[in-house]
Write a protein that binds this ligand. Structure first.
Ligand SMILES: [Zn+2]
Length: 86
């Protein structure tokens, strides 16, 4: 499992570890989703309920709130938070 978000645990509060875990799971889902459906926007998968791009915006907002400027390197999450369905 890729763990590009582990460094954030040190910058957040008690709930940080849970959020980082969510981010890691989302990352793997998103990578698999891109392999399957490609990267064009809006997402061609047509499944808004299960699309990880739908979760990106919410996760990005929560990560910004929890970690502030420490989220600057999270370009993958930030990019996908901007091109979700409608
Ligand atoms: Zn999708």
């Amino acid at each position: 499992m890729t763990t590009p978000y582990r460094y954030l645990v040190a910058s957040g509060d008690g709930a940080a570890a849970d959020l980082v875990e969510e981010l890691c799971i989302w990352h793997d889902r998103m990578v698999a989703h891109l392999r399957r459906h490609g990267a064009s926007a809006p997402c061609p998968c047509g499944d808004q309920d299960a699309c990880p791009r739908e979760d990106a915006r919410d996760l990005w907002t929560r990560a910004r709130r929890a970690f502030g400027p420490a989220t600057a390197p999270l370009t993958f999450l930030r990019q996908h938070s901007g091109d979700a369905h409608g």
